[in-house]
Design a protein around this ligand. Structure first.
Ligand code: ZN
Length: 132
């Protein structure tokens, strides 16, 4: 996974932030979906690597119970964590027990965390059903 992420990082398009990120969603049947961050001159129209990969899995018909783990790598010496927009997507589209595994560029450092730990006190489907 480490070498695939490193190769995938070459496709990141981050001319504004110079913060390249690659992500791979791994499903329980072994299928994988890749994503990189893509920036545009209008920042809101860009997308992070995590959501890019996750939405590809959803577009292919996978459901939250199918998503086993998500691997992330940036081009820095320390692992990175999903931004809060991505955390909302992870909270909505993955199980709370899904693992996020973040690797540093050289692969010497990694951090594994579950979605439920990334998103304490989250907003989600349960809140939308809570009508007075
Ligand atoms: Zn993000």
């Amino acid at each position: 996974m480490k070498e695939t992420l490193k190769e995938l990082l070459k496709n990141s398009y981050a001319p504004l932030s110079r913060y390249e990120v690659a992500a791979i969603v791994k499903c329980s049947d072994g299928a994988t979906f890749e994503g990189v961050n893509v920036e545009t001159s209008s920042p809101a129209s860009g997308i992070c690597a995590e959501r890019n990969a996750l939405y590809s899995a959803i577009a292919a018909g996978y459901k939250k119970e199918d998503i086993e783990s998500i691997y992330i790598m940036n081009k820095r010496s320390n692992p990175c964590f999903p931004c809060f927009i991505c955390r909302q997507a992870l909270n909505d589209l993955c199980n709370p027990d899904t693992y996020i595994i973040s690797l540093s560029y050289n692969g010497t450092k990694s951090v594994s965390v579950q979605v439920k730990d990334l998103c304490p006190f989250s907003f989600g489907e349960k809140d939308l059903d809570n009508v007075l």
